[in-house]
Design a protein around this ligand. Structure first.
Ligand code: AGP
Length: 599
């Protein structure tokens, strides 16, 4: 999730771009760059780290420009460094591009361009766009060459480009990554999000997938790749800046809950390819895996517990899951042919780092599932699988959790295929369901207001119980963690079969019990657990995927193994609305930090 800002108009714009990038830093700040048009030339400046580092460079150069593009990067392909930062103005000094998203087919495009003599400088997928434009400009003007380029790329993108020989013109394209036009009286802005230009205009055009934009000084046209005009509404945005940063949502947590279909889609996109390309292991190495250690903290630990069921059910290998803070005390007789997997959103959790060091000392191969390119854990790992969900701002982890499950579920299914535990047909059938996840998640998101009403019924209670069995047991733990960490209320998750061995004693009249009741082998047992606690006065709220119309939070059914990823979204909403009703600081709850960098 990067930030793009562009401008063409009557105002000197280097400061406009820099200020706009600063307002998009919540989208990523590994590095930043700007390309400024001046006297039919493009001058590009870049700096690693925060936008203020770029600002110092721009101030020193004092370049007067009226047309420019800028970018603040959240690394997805290639580590955070100057050569990988945008704008990409390296293939030729007359073309410069910035990109937010993932070009799915960049590898074959890059190979074809290299065969034609193009020399690539960076490790990014984005650079291929600049080379394609250069190639297409050999036979057509900038507008047509840009449209031709967009027809050639596949994936999610918001792209803006400059061509020095057509000064004052910016070409841009939008597909699945956000891009908004800001229409000011003295120029036109283009940005990933409204906050970038809100200080200059509140007239915003939210571009749609497939839109191409041509900006020339203070005018703009919107058309498709066949140059057919696309009429788009000019909206008056009445958000203040902070609300705009949250995309109009009240909290980052709610915004990030709603971003989950997009982050799951972006993560799934990067899991296509051969086993070795995606998971960094040859088939031969995969066949040698006799077991898996999964180590993490908090929400990432719950994701690891979910993965355990997937690996045991499908890959049929033994799995050991441990919290990182406990792992380091374990006197484990490590099995050398077990794979060690660390899961971490931030990549900076001290306990998990310590556990990885223990594993490396024991000679284990270390794989990590992480959201931050270049973080400590990724640098310690032999292999890193990235969750592509962009910066997760809210302390309570939501989109990172479901993206971790996407990665781990994909790994489990692919490992099962590699080990011959699944036939290709069985794998294809299961994986096609996994790829339906973004659409299925949207159906759960539509339960938002119903869950808000349920939260209103119970937010004054003092104790909350969450029950689940098998692969839903980790979701019971995660639901309890979400609630306690942002509402400060007491909440506990239990394996439902365990409540008769003690925990049922805490049930009183009106105690809310959230029960995860997937259809299939677990359903009958879970329903009887619900009866047991109801008989003792509990107020049971079921999360179900069956067609039963009984009072419950209904989520869609696709395959049993997807119930944990879908049901957790309902519990995220539940925790969120209770915390809001309790008047808590949802995004920055007391006593907590987004990344626990101390042991
Ligand atoms: C989750 O909502 C919490 N913020 C916390 O448990 C978190 O998951 C844990 O600290 C691990 O962080 P990591 O994924 O960045 O390693």
């Amino acid at each position: 999730m990067c930030g793009i800002v562009a401008y063409s108009g009557k105002k000197e714009c280097s400061k406009l771009i820099i200020d706009g990038l600063k307002k998009l830093e919540y989208r990523g700040y590994d590095s930043a760059g700007i390309s400024l048009e001046k006297d039919n030339e493009i001058i590009t400046l870049k700096a690693v780290g925060r936008v203020e580092n770029l600002e110092k460079l721009v101030k020193k150069e004092e370049i007067q420009s009226f047309c420019a593009i800028g970018h603040t990067r959240w690394a997805t392909h290639g580590k955070p460094c100057e050569i990988n930062s945008h704008p990409h103005n390296d293939c030729t000094d007359t073309i410069s591009i910035v990109h937010n998203g993932i070009i799915e087919n960049y590898a074959p495009l890059k190979a074809e361009l290299e065969r034609k003599g193009h020399i690539f400088k960076s490790q990014t997928d984005s650079e291929v766009v600049a080379h394609l434009i250069e190639e297409n400009l050999k036979t057509q003007d900038f507008t047509h060459a840009f449209c031709q380029t967009i027809k050639q790329v596949r994936g999610a993108y918001a792209i803006a480009a400059l061509y020095a020989k057509e000064p004052g013109k910016i070409m841009a394209a939008k597909n699945q990554s956000p891009l908004v036009l800001g229409v000011a009286k003295d120029g036109v802005f283009l940005a990933s999000d409204v906050p970038a230009f809100l200080a200059h205009t509140n007239k915003a055009i939210f571009l749609e997938d497939g839109d191409i934009v041509q900006i020339e000084i203070s005018t703009y046209k919107i058309f498709n790749t066949d140059l057919k005009a696309q009429p788009r509404k000019v909206n008056e945005v009445n958000w203040d800046f902070t609300t705009a940063q949250k995309g109009g949502y009240k909290h980052f947590m709610l915004k990030e809950i709603y971003e989950q279909p997009r982050s799951a889609q972006d993560t799934l996109r990067t899991l296509k390819g051969s086993f070795e390309q995606v998971f960094g292991l040859t088939k031969k190495e995969a066949k040698k895996i006799k077991g898996v250690y999964l180590v993490a903290c908090g929400t990432a630990y719950h994701a690891s517990l979910c993965a355990k069921y997937m690996l045991e059910d499908f890959a049929q290998i033994p799995v050991e899951v441990e919290t990182a803070s406990e792992f380091k005390y374990r006197k484990i007789a490590f099995c050398k042919d077990w794979l060690f997997i660390a899961v971490s959103q931030s990549g900076e959790t001290a306990d998990t780092i310590a556990a990885i060091k223990n594993a490396k000392e024991a000679g284990l191969k270390v794989m990590s599932v992480c959201n931050v390119v270049g973080s400590t854990i990724t640098r310690l790992s032999d292999i890193t699988l990235y969750t592509h969900c962009g910066p997760e701002i809210s302390v309570a982890s939501t989109k990172a959790f479901t993206s971790q499950l996407v990665v781990l579920y994909s790994f489990a299914l692919n490992l099962a295929l590699a080990l011959g535990r699944l036939t290709q047909t069985e794998f294809d059938n299961l994986y096609s369901s996994l790829e339906k996840l973004p659409e299925l998640m949207k159906e759960v998101l539509s339960q938002d207001s119903k869950i808000k009403e349920l939260a209103k019924e119970v937010f004054t209670k003092k104790d909350f119980i969450f029950l689940g069995r098998n692969s839903s047991y980790p979701i019971a733990l995660e639901g309890a963690l979400k609630l306690k960490e942002i509402s400060y209320l007491h909440a506990e998750g239990f394996a439902a079969g365990e409540i008769k061995h003690g925990p049922i004693a805490v049930i009183e009249e009106g105690t809310p019990v959230l029960a995860l009741v997937p259809q299939g082998v677990l359903e009958e047992k879970m329903l009887s657990n619900c009866q047991e606690v109801k008989a003792r006065g509990a107020q049971v709220i079921m999360i179900r995927d069956s067609k039963e119309k009984a009072k419950a939070i209904h989520i869609p059914f696709e395959k049993e193994f997807l119930f944990p990823i879908l049901s957790v979204i309902a519990l995220q909403f539940f925790a969120y609305y209770i915390a809001v009703l309790k008047g808590r600081d949802v995004d920055r709850p007391r006593n907590l930090a987004k990344s626990v960098t101390v042991e």
